[in-house]
Design a protein around this ligand. Structure first.
Ligand code: MG
Length: 261
């Protein structure tokens, strides 16, 4: 069941979303050669708690993961890691493609967003993959209008990614979000347009394209968090929490100015 949010609830979700955006901006500014993902994680947790929020990923335990709850505030997925990488003590290296996903609970409401950054100068290929993934998310956000179907959002991601010769991960999806981090509906990053629920004002969606340079297939062990591309190719990930309004998409995890990524 898709739970519609009132304008007042959407304003509360915007506060959660802004905190997520601020944390990701700090991470993007701090990530550099020699910095560890563990250091980024500690700073992120401190900033979230100082902002009155609770890290939403830390302690998260879905039934199918047997290695224990997620231990960190950030998911940090480097290079061929797709999602759910765990921060560690390895210093980031020149050219690493770092995806960072994080969520917060603030005053009972959740925000969820992800960015991908290239550490140092990096390769043109890595930068282009990240850029295409961001553009795929922008295209998907553009479809977040009342009257469109949910799969129009999915199709927009697929179209942008595949037109550049990349593939979209099929096993993991975006989701509705509100007073829980994961609500209905699940949001695929591929599919035929014109299918699924009709979008309505008050729906709030966390849309998160995961785009691989090679095959769309991933290795996901049933008992461990980290997910990697099956062929070892690079993978990028962007996410925003978006409210559907009469006037179109309202990006709740935008940093500062309107609609910024
Ligand atoms: Mg998410």
């Amino acid at each position: 069941m898709i739970i519609l949010k009132s304008p007042r609830e959407i304003e509360k979700m915007r506060l959660a979303g802004r905190l997520v955006a601020d944390v990701l901006e700090m991470v993007a500014d701090t990530a550099a050669v020699g910095v560890t993902t563990k250091e980024l994680d500690e700073r992120a947790e401190r900033m979230m708690r100082e902002g009155g929020g609770v890290p939403a990923f830390k302690g998260y335990q879905p039934e199918f993961i047997k290695s224990g709850p997620f231990p960190a505030t950030l998911c940090t997925s480097v290079n061929s890691e797709v999602v759910h990488g765990i921060p560690d003590g390895r210093p980031l290296e020149e050219g690493d493609l770092l995806s960072v996903d994080t969520g917060v609970e603030l005053d009972g409401y959740f925000g969820d967003a992800a960015i991908t950054i290239v550490v140092g100068d990096g390769s043109i290929e890595a930068r282009f993959l990240a850029d295409v993934t961001r553009r795929a998310l922008e295209a998907a956000i553009g479809m977040c209008r009342p009257g469109n179907h949910l799969s129009d959002v999915s199709h927009a991601v697929q179209e942008v990614a595949e037109s550049e010769g990349y593939s979209v991960v099929r096993r993991f999806v975006g989701h509705g979000i509100g007073t829980s981090m994961h609500e209905d509906p699940p949001i695929s990053n591929y599919g035929e347009p014109g299918k699924g629920p009709v979008l309505k004002p008050g729906m709030v969606l966390a849309i998160e394209p995961m785009v691989n340079m090679g095959t769309w297939e991933v290795d996901a062990s049933p008992d461990y968090w980290r997910v990697c591309t099956k062929d070892g190719s690079l993978s990028a990930h962007f996410e925003h929490t978006i409210a559907i309004t009469e006037g179109g998409p309202d990006v709740l995890t935008a940093s500062g100015g309107e609609g910024g990524l």
